[in-house]
Design a protein around this ligand. Structure first.
Ligand SMILES: [Cu+2]
Length: 670
């Protein structure tokens, strides 16, 4: 299985001494690439020596990681990054399935640090979340992570302490499979996307708390207003502005931190540095995309090349071809491309809100570049995003003409806004939708006593104090897509600016601003695992959580309660098949990540449902996943937008010991 390519990532084992030597060589390089780790160097520099191409491997020796502060900058601006072995991103860690990883992490910062191995199934004490799994790594301390490698695939690692991830504390992690892979390729690259700001992350959060649209320089202007009046009439335009005002959102609130402060990086390099991966025409090139952004989704395409997905969340999937994909924050997608022409191709990763892009190049020779595509217009939210689509469309409702409330899209029809049946109802979207709930009371149990234990044998059913609904699973077949559900009468309190009236599956939709360019866009309903599950049991219990927030006050929570106010963990029973239903009551997308277990995304493909460690939940979307938790202990569950997590969109799930009782009181948190 060993692969050694002149320009690819080399997988041969390296001793620690050789690694340190290589790192020294990297540090000696001048200019922009000063902090780039070996795999991230531009092609011309990467050829300097084979050792410089290697990842850090635990195969022969232990791995040492040093967390420190290191000067970092580009474009004439300097700052200080939180670095791992002196680089941004950190070094590529590369292991083999079935081995054991022993990783010594030394903290040279003046504050605590930590490393979480994103997507890896590790024993609880090795998961690296301060306050949940361990106390964190104090200044001057060395913590030894030691765990078996029970899976294969592309993953990444990052700090779970403070805002360190935003400051550069992340890196790629590859586990080579013990079995041959079901696809072939000639060379491979890591393509790690991220976002960097020269502003202090604490200052960014302060700005958002003072004014949620602080970084939203793309807001609609007075000029937009008069253009909309021309197009839609004064009455419809005022009605539109009024409704958005009531929702305390603007239809351009796609990302809360934008390119006005972020520079989007590819392998730690800004667009001008043009990270380049070499190929020879006709070769198959595997690209391991990782979204390590603290707050940015990327829409990725390589004009002129078709991409074929072979792994998602590190796991094999049935190959599916497309021209563009949106990579969720914290997600990984492995694709294979086959450039046949002797020319350069641009890897173009446009931020979801179109406020900027990361960029690299695939080329037959170093120093080449291809045209950089023009950025598309900013996307705007629509009525489905507001949870007000009520029966207006099937699963394709999002693209229906007349439903675009923005007034900026061509789909808007003059007068349509004012005369649409839905327009009379938005007030209800910010109030208890009692009438709507009556026919769908099944999912809303807020009339039940606060905490009810039932179900026998210690299996919990009812509603937790934080509003989490736990019930015996309904009759829906495993692997099927949830039906649209009207929201119940629980508005989740003042921390929630308005609940979606109706939530539905949106896995077949590419997402805001995608899918109308005339090319194929990957959607989650396209993704199937490679080998169908041999046994695909229905869930025994269902846990329903609502993602909530108040954009105006920059409050983010689950069930209207931020983490610091939610004392009880959500109980899971060891070995029990559960359905986790995540309902997004907000108008922003949230990439949700559950630690310690692989989840099967119910995208309609039954036993071929793909495994995921992170799933994006679109505005007004209802997503369900199946999981069978095995490793006991407290596990973090949170939004992977760094600032959403920090202010409270976070919970702890507690998996019981085998045969032991379930935890329903607050002892799981330290
Ligand atoms: Cu979020």
């Amino acid at each position: 299985m060993e692969r050694s390519f002149t320009d690819g990532v080399v997988t041969h084992p390296v001793t620690r001494r050789r690694f340190l030597h290589a790192a020294g060589a990297v540090g000696a390089l001048a200019g922009l690439q000063r902090l780039a780790p070996a795999y991230a160097l531009p092609a011309s520099d990467r050829g300097a020596g084979r050792a410089a191409l290697a990842g850090v491997s635990g195969r022969d020796t232990r791995v040492d990681l040093i967390i420190d502060r290191t000067p970092f900058g580009f474009g004439g601006r300097r700052s200080v990054a939180t670095t791992i072995n002196g680089s941004v991103p950190g070094p590529l860690l590369r292991f083999r399935e079935g081995e054991r990883a022993t990783i010594h992490v030394t903290n040279r910062l003046r504050e605590d640090t930590s490393i979480h191995w994103h997507g890896l199934l590790v024993p609880n004490a090795m998961d690296g979340v301060p306050g949940v799994n361990f106390p964190g790594i104090h200044p001057g301390q060395t913590f030894v992570y030691d765990f078996p490698l029970r899976q294969y695939g592309t993953y990444w690692y990052h700090s779970h302490s403070g805002f360190q991830e935003q400051l550069g504390h992340y890196g790629p992690l590859i586990i080579d499979p013990s079995e041959p892979e079901p696809f072939q390729y000639d060379r491979e690259y890591v393509v790690m996307l991220s976002d960097w700001s020269f502003e202090d992350p604490g200052k960014i959060l302060d700005n958002l708390k003072k004014q949620s649209a602080y970084y939203n320089f793309q807001r609609r202007t007075v000029g937009d207003f008069f253009r909309d009046v021309d197009r839609n009439g004064l009455r419809a335009t005022i009605a539109d502005r009024w409704e958005w005002g009531k929702m305390r959102m603007t239809p351009t609130d796609i990302s809360d931190v934008t390119g006005s402060t972020y520079t989007y990086l590819l392998n730690g390099l800004p667009p001008a540095a043009n990270w380049t991966g070499l190929f020879r025409a006709g070769e198959r090139v595997r690209l391991r995309f990782i979204n390590a952004g603290a707050g940015s989704y990327f829409d990725v395409r390589i004009p002129g090349l078709e991409m074929t997905l072979v792994q998602a969340s590190g796991q094999h999937v049935q190959p599916v071809a497309f021209d563009e994909f949106r990579i969720e924050i914290a997600q990984t997608f492995d694709v294979i491309v086959k450039p046949t022409e002797d020319r350069a191709y641009t890897i173009f990763a446009e931020s979801m809100d179109r406020s900027g892009y990361a960029r690299g190049t695939l080329a037959p020779r170093a120093g080449m570049s291809a045209e950089i595509p023009r950025r598309r217009p900013r996307p705007t939210l629509n009525m489905v995003d507001m949870g007000m689509a009520m029966g207006m469309g099937g699963h394709e409702g999002m693209s229906m003409p007349g439903m675009d409330m923005s007034g900026t899209g061509t789909a808007s029809k003059p007068g349509a806004d004012a005369s649409m049946p839905g327009m009379d109802m938005p007030a209800a979207a910010t109030k208890p939708a009692a009438a709507a709930a009556s026919g769908h009371a099944g999912h809303d149990m807020s009339s039940m006593p606060g905490v009810t234990a039932s179900g026998g044998a210690g299996v919990f059913e009812g509603q937790l104090r934080d509003g989490t609904i736990i019930r015996a699973s309904n009759l829906r077949a495993p692997g099927t897509i949830p039906e649209p559900v009207m929201h119940g009468n629980n508005t989740h309190g003042s921390a929630s600016a308005g609940t979606a009236m109706e939530t539905r599956s949106r896995l077949s939709e590419p997402g805001a601003g995608l899918g109308e360019d005339g090319w194929r866009v990957l959607v989650w309903t396209d993704v199937k695992r490679l080998t169908p599950a041999e046994t695909f049991e229905p869930p025994v219990r269902e846990i329903e959580l609502h993602l909530t927030g108040n954009m105006e006050r920059y409050m983010w929570s689950i069930n209207g309660i931020k983490f610091s106010d939610a004392r009880d963990p959500i109980p899971l029973k060891h070995g029990e098949r559960i359905r986790l239903t995540i309902v997004n009551d907000t108008m922003m997308a949230h990439p949700m990540h559950l630690h310690g277990v692989f989840m099967e995304l119910e995208n309609g493909h039954g036993p071929e449902c793909p495994y995921v460690h992170t799933i994006n939940v679109k505005p007004a979307e209802r997503v369900s996943l199946l999981a069978t938790p095995v490793d006991p202990g407290p596990w973090a569950f949170h939004c992977h937008v760094l600032f959403h997590m920090d202010v409270g969109m976070f919970r702890v799930f507690h998996v019981s010991e085998p045969g032991g009782p379930m935890t329903t009181e607050g002892e799981a948190r330290s």
